[in-house]
Design a protein around this ligand. Structure first.
Ligand code: SF4
Length: 549
């Protein structure tokens, strides 16, 4: 069914995609929605129900009006930085009204107190007498590294340096370029850690006249802002990595799926694309050779699940972005059914670093199975918040206490790797190192590398309520353990916050159902941090009698 709709939508292709039409008509009044849906269905030659199902999915395309005029960030770092809701009170005083809208993580976790004012991301001091501080870029002082020669946080590439790298891409054989990526043992930096070279090789081997590269810039994990840094400050590294991937697999089109919570990243990317085009480094016959490559930015519309690759592909096509069962994997059948490589922003930037040095040099960094470097995002409760590029294998405590300089207030735990990542007590961090194996051995995930500090003042039943609420809000709704279970969990912890005791058996059953019955990592992953909290902070929770603490 969905592959048929893909084929139908492919007739208008990415230049006239349904998602872009939705953005175009975003501000259409609710009264004209029905007419608009009929019109779009006719233009795209698909059913009205398909158009309506897709259009109504996104938070930022709400027919009731743009919900982002004034909205609070509901990310984990903002929750932890402001458990007393001081920002809410300050905004109420400034605007003379209650702020009821919420927006997903704005990627300002280093400053916290983030909110949208007239659609612009703001962060910092919420003092009511001041005009909002609009913070476009992550300043250089917030970015550092424990490497003598950082790979991703070094001086941004100039257009001349980029031209030199693109010459290597166009003059070397695809197999030689792939060989460098395989030798580097680079693993995807978006969370799953799948070997990048293996993914590229698998797509390269599929015979097809049309293939796509997709850069997943839908950095939705609350607590992570490393992709935002790369997109805003190192866009040429990301674009060069996409071109490298295109040359290896034989694709001529690259798409960047960018979350629309990052408006400044959109500007920097468009400028970098224009610079490449002006230097004849994009388009047909690059460097007078046979390699053609175009790059286009496509904006998301406020749906966390679009960070999952099958939902992301559905979103670009204009289908309702629900997660699909794999196989087939996108490398075999991706965008419009064509072979597609999807990698995240940091992975593409890392492949550029490999092109600049060599696969062997990259593999010399880190551990045997986790090579190279990783960008880690530190939230505002660190004395030194911001981005740290660390060599893989760095002890976690070095990061927390040397590079993060400890915490600005008493902190009882950290959450690593987004809302689905493990919650670790601050007295249990000593044996962990920052690499995939160490985290897996201890039952955690490194994920996208965001670290949120959880203060002593944060009640853990409130934190669990936040986690369940996040999944309930962001679930794509395809499978009921996640769609219903997350909501039941949120209600269970709302009752606990209201003073009712928690039933341990009911909670265990719910977590097991989520773990075993969910199709993707959102519903299936949320029990991990909750179980971590139950193990380590059980005495904070209001159990019914009889539960062992
Ligand atoms: S687990 Fe949740 S997000 Fe994932 S497919 Fe099922 S309903 Fe969708």
């Amino acid at each position: 069914m969905s592959s048929n709709i893909s084929k139908l939508l492919s007739r208008r292709g990415i230049d006239h995609s349904l998602l872009e039409a939705f953005h175009h008509h975003q501000k259409s009044p609710a009264s004209s929605r029905e007419r608009l849906i009929k019109k779009l269905a006719k233009e795209h030659q698909i059913g009205e129900a398909q158009v309506a199902a897709s259009f109504s999915f996104y938070d930022h395309l709400d027919s009731a009006g743009d919900p982002r005029e004034l909205a609070l960030c509901n990310g984990t770092a903002c929750l932890c930085a402001d458990p007393d809701n001081r920002l809410l009170a300050a905004l109420k005083k400034r605007h003379g009204k209650e702020v009821t809208e919420r927006v997903s993580c704005l990627g300002h976790c280093y400053a916290a107190h983030a909110y949208l004012d007239r659609g612009q991301p703001c962060s910092g001091d919420p003092a009511p007498s001041r005009e909002p501080e609009i913070t476009n870029t992550i300043s250089d002082e917030l970015v550092r590294s424990n490497l003598k020669e950082p790979l991703l946080t070094t001086t941004p590439l100039s257009i001349e340096q980029t031209a030199e790298l693109i010459t290597r891409i166009t003059t070397q054989a695809p197999y030689d370029l792939l060989d460098q990526i395989l030798t580097s043992k680079l693993r995807g930096c978006g969370g799953a850690g799948f070997p990048t070279g293996v993914k590229w090789e698998s797509c390269m081997r599929v015979k097809s006249t049309t293939k796509f590269i997709i850069c997943n810039a839908d950095e939705g994990d609350p607590g992570a802002f490393s992709d935002r840094y790369l997109l805003e400050s190192q866009p040429l590294r990301v674009l060069t990595g996409m071109m490298l991937a295109g040359r290896v697999i034989g694709a001529t089109t690259g798409l960047i799926y960018l979350r629309d919570e990052y408006p400044h990243a959109s500007t920097t990317l468009q400028k970098a694309i224009s610079d490449l085009r002006a230097a004849a480094l994009l388009g047909k016959g690059i460097n007078g050779g046979e390699f053609d490559f175009e790059i286009k930015v496509i904006l998301g519309a406020g749906a966390y699940i679009c960070g999952e690759e099958t939902a992301l592909i559905a979103s670009i096509e204009g289908r309702r972005p629900e997660v699909a069962v794999r196989p087939p994997y996108p490398t075999q059948s991706g965008l419009y059914g064509y072979p597609t490589v999807v990698n995240n922003v940091e992975t593409f930037a890392a492949t550029t670093a490999i092109l600049e040095t060599s696969g062997e040099e990259y593999a010399r960094l880190g551990s045997t199975r986790s090579t190279g470097t990783k960008l880690i995002s530190l939230s505002s409760l660190f004395n030194q918040p911001g981005i740290v590029e660390v060599e893989m294998g760095t002890p976690l405590d070095d990061l927390l206490y040397q590079w993060g300089d400890g915490f600005s207030q008493p902190v009882k735990a950290i959450q690593v790797g987004g809302p689905l990542g493990g919650v670790i007590r601050t007295d249990q961090t000593t044996s962990l190192t920052l690499d995939f194996e160490s985290f897996a051995e201890h039952g955690f995930v490194l994920g996208h590398g965001g670290i949120v500090a959880i203060p002593e003042s944060m009640p853990m039943n409130r934190f669990i309520h936040h986690l369940f609420g996040f999944v309930a809000e962001e679930s794509c709704g395809k499978c009921f353990p996640c769609r219903l279970g997350s909501k039941r969990g949120e209600e269970m912890f709302q009752h606990a916050l209201d003073g009712s005791p928690l039933n341990p058996q009911l909670l265990d059953d719910l977590l097991l159902t989520l773990e075993q019955g969910s199709l993707c990592g959102l519903g299936g992953g949320i029990p991990l941090p909750i179980r971590n909290i139950l193990q380590q902070f059980s005495d904070e929770l209001p159990w019914t009698e009889g539960r062992e603490r």
